[in-house]
Design a binder for this molecule. Structure first.
Ligand SMILES: [Zn+2]
Length: 51
């Protein structure tokens, strides 16, 4: 099972409207791609059923 996860880093110092997507095997926290901040909580996620 895979999770398609949307993240957003509110008040990011580099890009305050940054949003990104990631695919993980769990709905885990992400890392901001522009400022490197860790433990960003998912905004929402979708379970992708393969096949
Ligand atoms: Zn950031």
């Amino acid at each position: 099972m895979q999770y398609f996860i949307r993240y957003r880093h509110l008040n990011c110092m580099i890009d305050p409207r940054i949003e990104w997507f990631d695919v993980w095997s769990c709905a885990c926290n992400g890392e901001c791609p522009v400022c490197g901040m860790k433990d960003i909580e998912p905004v929402e996620w979708t379970v992708m059923d393969e096949r």
